[in-house]
Design a protein around this ligand. Structure first.
Ligand SMILES: Nc1ncnc2c1ncn2[C@@H]1O[C@H](COP(=O)(O)OP(=O)(O)OP(=O)(O)O)[C@@H](O)[C@H]1O
Ligand SMILES: [Mg+2]
Length: 476
């Protein structure tokens, strides 16, 4: 491991200085001693070389002892220092994973300041480790939470540079597999409204909400409600970034629009017969007031028809809402010829030729709902096919237990552009004509929902001038 070698440099510096200083001190001491001896007149001349040698060996011996003591002292200081250096480097290099939590090491054999310092360093290392592990765990949890939400989230710094975005945001705006580094917010989101909201949040520290339409990667244009909130440092409230959450409100807006359209359509459908009823009733009242009763019966007949129409509309709407709310079906084995004859018996079809075929005999279905399907399709054919037209009702087998109903006519047919919308509530090809014959555009929507509840589907095959065929598949 790097840096774990004995700290020779410090050791050499320490020992070298001590020996150097010691040598100087001893040399001065022995030099003075030698000078002093030379000055002593009573010292015989023949003893002077011996004394000089003694001084020399004394100096050398002292220096050696001094050097040994100095090395021992240096070791005593430098070895714990080496350990501290190693420890510090270990703390610095540690990845601080949970499986590497260090236990406190006890070194009672080395008391003193070095030991205290080492213990303090151990404690700092363990605290740092615990904090790092906690932080990384919290970060992982937070990322998991942020990735699990359905909303796109992006955070930017005070320069509006992206710091983080969650996976939902990456999917929506084509950033999968990319990191925020080097990306510019203006390149990801080209909406001035959002960029302004970010600027406002970063400059004024205010949260804001904007509604925008944005082009998404896989789902085309979507409506988003974007909430931008500034990020502030806790201690001084300084703004260091902002985070934006993108709520997809497309479905909500669509549902709201559909609800508004529905209320508008219903009101319109109710208003027409009600206006007519009120008009006729006022006329009848006026006539009767003047003692005239000639036309009263005729006018009341119109009122009666309009009330019927209102009741029919309200019944259909209630049925439709019950089907959408998931009302249960009462499935029984239905005799197909019987149910078809019952429905034909309830409709005036004298002006049309009806041809029936029954290749399938029975079906497991809700009889009442099946009657509604037949009644709507047959009534439409009778309504929209001119007098003496031909209507074919055919039941055939579908799979093991299923059946297919086909109601075909040789009437005016329906243009391609209308065929897709035919099954929407209140949709009529020719508004004036349908209204004239008493249609409100609910019938086929009802048929579609009944078929869906049976697990089947309805479709139309038609060409203008060549008649229409409505096909209902019951999987059985
Ligand atoms: N057999 C058909 N031939 C030609 N056009 C048809 C036929 N059946 C339906 N249509 C067209 O489809 C439209 C929608 O039919 P739908 O049954 O939903 O409503 P409606 O008949 O107008 O009213 P309702 O059935 O609620 O009384 C009709 O207004 C009509 O224009
Ligand atoms: Mg109809």
């Amino acid at each position: 491991m790097k840096g774990t070698a004995f700290p020779w440099r410090l050791f050499k510096w320490f020992v070298g200085r001590q020996i150097f200083l010691g040598a100087i001190a001893l040399a001065i001491f022995f030099a003075l001693n030698w000078i002093w001896i030379q000055r002593q007149a009573e010292v015989p001349n023949e003893m002077r070389p011996a004394l000089t040698w003694l001084a020399f060996w004394g100096l050398t011996g002292s220096l050696t002892v001094f050097a040994v003591v100095s090395v021992i002292m240096a070791r005593h200081f430098v070895v714990p220092l080496k350990r501290l250096i190693e420890k510090t480097e270990r703390i610095h290099a540690s990845p601080f994973t949970e499986d590497a939590i260090e236990e406190a090491e006890d070194k009672p054999d080395e008391p003193g300041e070095w030991y205290e310092l080492e213990r303090a360093l151990d404690q700092i290392g363990r605290d740092l480790q615990a904090k790092t592990i906690r932080l990384s765990r919290e970060k992982t949890e937070l990322r998991a939470i942020v990735s699990a939400v359905n909303e796109g989230i992006i955070a930017v710094n005070h320069l509006r540079q992206p710091l983080f975005f969650n996976s939902q945001f990456a999917i929506e705006f084509g950033l999968e597999g990319r990191t925020p580094e080097g990306l510019a917010l203006g390149e990801i989101l080209r909406s001035p409204d959002i960029l302004n909201a970010f600027d406002q949040g970063l400059a004024a520290g205010e949260s804001s909400h904007v509604q925008v339409s944005l082009e998404t990667r896989n789902r085309g244009e979507r409506s988003f409600q974007v909430s931008v909130t500034p990020l502030k440092k806790r201690h001084n409230q300084e703004i260091y970034g902002a985070v934006a959450v993108f709520y997809d409100v497309t479905e909500r807006k669509r549902a709201e629009q559909m609800r508004n359209e529905f209320v508008g359509n219903v009101s319109h459908e109710l208003r027409t017969p009600l206006t007519s009823i009120k008009g006729y009733l006022q006329t009848v009242m006026g006539d009767l007031g003047r003692g005239e009763s000639k036309q009263a019966l005729e006018f009341l007949g119109v009122v009666d028809r309009n009330v019927d129409r209102l009741m029919h509309l309200v019944d259909d709407l209630l049925d439709l809402s019950a089907l959408q709310a998931g009302v249960a079906l009462k499935r029984t084995v239905v005799d197909l010829q019987g149910v078809t004859d019952t429905v034909l018996g309830q409709i005036d079809h004298r002006d049309h030729e009806i041809v029936k075929t029954f290749a399938a005999k029975s079906l497991l279905a809700d009889e009442h709902r099946l009657e509604q399907v037949l009644r709507n399709l047959l009534q439409n054919a009778i309504r929209y096919v001119p007098t003496r037209g031909k209507i074919e009702v055919a039941w055939s087998s579908l799979g093991k237990n299923g059946a297919r109903l086909s109601v075909r006519d040789n009437g005016p047919g329906i243009e391609k552009s209308h065929q897709q919308r035919l099954f929407e509530r209140f949709y009529r090809v020719d508004d004036a004509r349908s209204r004239h014959v008493g249609g409100s555009g609910i019938g086929l929507a009802l048929v579609k929902h009944i078929m869906q509840r049976h697990g089947g589907e309805v479709r139309v095959i038609s060409e203008p001038g060549r008649g229409s065929e409505f096909i209902c598949d019951f999987p059985g």
